[in-house]
Design a protein. Structure first.
Length: 88
């Protein structure tokens, strides 16, 4: 199931994002930030009836938690803001 693999992947990224080194690695990974930001909006815009609201909220929560953890690293803040400006 695609939804299960996405949740597992996001949980893995959340685990990495709790460490200082993981925060640096995640921000340097090419395209990862864009993917995490897309998870914030993708399921909300989706008209997929199979997805329950609780599943949508869980995926969005995990994506937001990753962004929050990355922003705790002071050296990441300016990079995060400049990258987020591209998407919002």
């Amino acid at each position: 199931n695609n939804l299960k693999s996405e949740k597992l992947w996001l949980n893995f990224l959340v685990s990495i994002s709790f460490s200082h080194d993981g925060q640096l690695i995640l921000l340097k990974a090419d395209g990862l930030l864009a993917t995490v930001i897309k998870f914030l909006d993708y399921y909300q815009q989706s008209n997929n009836v199979q997805l329950q609201q609780s599943q949508q909220i869980e995926i969005q929560y995990l994506a937001l938690l990753i962004l929050r953890n990355i922003s705790f690293n002071p050296s990441n803040k300016s990079k995060l803001v400049s990258n987020c400006n591209k998407y919002f």
